[in-house]
Design a binder for this molecule. Sequence first.
Ligand SMILES: C[S@@+](CC[C@H](N)C(=O)[O-])C[C@H]1O[C@@H](n2cnc3c(N)ncnc32)[C@H](O)[C@@H]1O
Length: 234
Amino acid sequence: MSKTELYTQSGVAMTCRSYQEYKEMFMFKEDLFSKGKILDIASGASSFIAELNQMEYEAIAVDPLYKLTSEEIYDLGKKEINIASQKLSQNENLFIWNNYKSLKHHDEIRNRSLNQFIDNYRKDKHKEKYIPATLPNLPFDNNTFSLVFCNHFLFLYQEQFDFKFHLDAINEMVRITKKGGLILIYPLVGFKDEIYPHLDKLIDSLNTNDVSAKINETKFRFLPSATHYLKIDK
Ligand SMILES: C[S@@+](CC[C@H](N)C(=O)[O-])C[C@H]1O[C@@H](n2cnc3c(N)ncnc32)[C@H](O)[C@@H]1O
């Protein structure tokens, strides 16, 4: 089986990972959240922000899809879960099932997360937590957030965006992050399970900009080469 057939994807999917999945991917400890305001970029129908808000942290999500109603997002989310499940079942043995015990378990987590997201999204009538916005331009002041996440968007869709987009997108994250804050991006591979080819150049460009960008290993396993995340200290 060639690497190109690992998981076929056209356009950007809207997935719904849970808090626990984010925790395992970025290996964070809860004390990280006491630093201040949290932002999840390209948050989709993830329950990460809903769960953080439930824990009473100040947390905001952005995604272009937040122009949609809760019913529209729910339908899209359900559809994406079924599509992903079908695609994964075709190539099940190419993925590492350490964190998800089985495809059924994977589906259960995603359905639970979608429902949690929808409950919270529905309550947010004034779009205070779920803000429609698109990288590389985010509607926030400089130095607003202490912690910025971007999970399963940037490098995963590396073939649909060019180097300039990736650099502009991360520089935008740096702009809205406070001095002393942290930006976390995962994974560093695309759907061919290959590391983003311009990662060194990107890190060099970022590091000239008064930040420290480093690659860290995660213990989370699913896409075989998705073993690292990018950690940027401002
Ligand atoms: C694969 S989902 C990831 C959702 C969530 N972070 C997760 O891990 O489950 C990718 C998300 O990126 C959003 N997206 C697409 N283009 C974007 C852009 N230019 N800026 C920000 N988000 C974008 C999509 O709407 C989609 O919800």
